[in-house]
Design a protein around this ligand. Sequence first.
Ligand code: FES
Length: 178
Amino acid sequence: MAEAAGPPAAATPLLSAATRERIRTACARYPAARSAALPALWAAQDQLGHVPPEAMAEVAAELGIGAAEVEAVATFYAMYFRRPPGRHFIQVCTNVSCALRGAEGLLRHLEERLGIPDGGTTLDGAFTLESTVECLGACGGAPALQVDRYSHEDCTPDRVDRLLERLRAEPGPTGAPR
Ligand code: FES
């Protein structure tokens, strides 16, 4: 007779003890634990490179709030990655000022140059392209995009081509303007 299956094994937690400690330290700085959602998500992303749903659930448990609340924060802010990004993360702002100054054309140009659709990652893992970003706060230099943590303003197809060429040669996620 077949043995009765036991309860499913508990999944191994994604967050390390050090990350959990960072989250608790962040919590201690705020009167309400939910206010620490941003630094808690940073801590998770610093460890994992991105914040998958399972990690969001663990962050929520550490904060003592619902997973949906953490997910709402993580999906609102473009700096949190829900899946592993490429070595360089390119975000094209398509909000009003940028849209009026040619952001859509810039996005199509990037899709064509990189050979990936919006939201995709190149096969070599060098680039992830996304346009689901809120205003980058660089409206005066529209159209703008952000590469890794750096803004690039007054972007034209030619400038973007030069930028891609430079980024391909860079080993890590910098993207600093020159
Ligand atoms: S609308 Fe694009 S930077 Fe503000």
